[in-house]
Design a protein around this ligand. Structure first.
Ligand code: PMT
Length: 223
């Protein structure tokens, strides 16, 4: 990987899982450890970019020396991304954002009542879809975490969310997905498969992915 490929570029990376509060002591989240997004943030910096990392709940601390911001909910993450959206060149959305949140967040701890309880959930903002709708000069990379029909769902997300690239992740495969140090992905653009990446470290996936993006950004219409 050439070290200066992203020199002068502003890159925003989202990582980790969002936290959607039920009450002051309970929340809905997911298994994202933040490792994939952290690896992307580090690789972008190695390639010369100015990196801003926005992360939800993660297992480890974010990489040192990278400007970062911790957020909780999908809505918080959206607001944080929006602050950088106009003047950034590349956004990589590796975060696992909740699709639904509790309709109400109780202000005090909810008390145990009957034998069952129902929690009403409402849709969260789809950050990637909103970015896709307002995209101008920015290069947009989405992820698609799937357990089946990986390629079809990933391609659907690429088109629906207007991404330049989508990284399809079969999270049921051994050595891939949530929490692991390695991943297995397929990168697609609107024309089809760009690169198939067999099991490798999240760092190596990050470097390869950003190289593809940088070549495209620096190519037609690039600086
Ligand atoms: O963090 P790790 O433990 O290293 O795990 C890495 C990972 C499995 C979390 C990562 O590789 C991955 O696949 N991230 C995307 C997880 C996800 O939420 O996928 P999705 O298919 O539900 O969402 C598709 C895309 O839309 C994602 O880029 C997501 O960030 C985005 N999205 C989804 C919902 C929403 N409300 N807003 C969004 O922006």
């Amino acid at each position: 990987v050439k070290s200066g490929l992203l020199k002068g570029r502003k890159v925003v990376v989202t990582s980790g899982g969002t936290i959607e509060r039920i009450d002051p002591v309970r929340y809905i989240t997911n298994d994202s450890s933040g490792k994939m997004g952290f690896a992307i943030a580090k690789a972008a910096r190695e390639m010369g970019a100015e990196v801003y990392l926005i992360h939800g709940h993660t297992d480890a601390a974010p990489p040192a020396g990278i400007a970062s911001e911790a957020v909780q909910s999908a809505d918080d993450m959206y607001q944080a991304v929006l602050k950088h959206w106009q003047d950034c060149d590349l956004v990589v959305k590796a975060a696992a954002v909740a699709d639904y949140r509790p309709a109400k967040t109780a202000s005090s701890k909810m008390k145990k009542k009957g034998d069952t309880m129902t929690l009403e959930l409402v849709k969260t903002v789809d950050i990637l879809e909103q970015l896709g709708k307002t995209k101008a000069h920015q290069f947009l990379i989405g992820f698609a975490a799937e357990t089946h029909d990986v390629e079809a769902y990933a391609k659907d997300k690429l088109v629906r969310k207007n991404c330049d690239l989508i990284v399809a992740n079969d999270v049921t495969a051994e050595g891939a997905g949530f929490g692991t140090d390695t991943n297995i992905v397929q990168v697609f653009d609107a024309k089809g498969l760009v690169e198939q990446m067999p099991v490798m470290s999240k760092e190596e996936i990050a470097r390869r992915l950003l190289s593809i993006a940088a070549e495209r950004m620096n190519g037609a219409g690039g600086r």
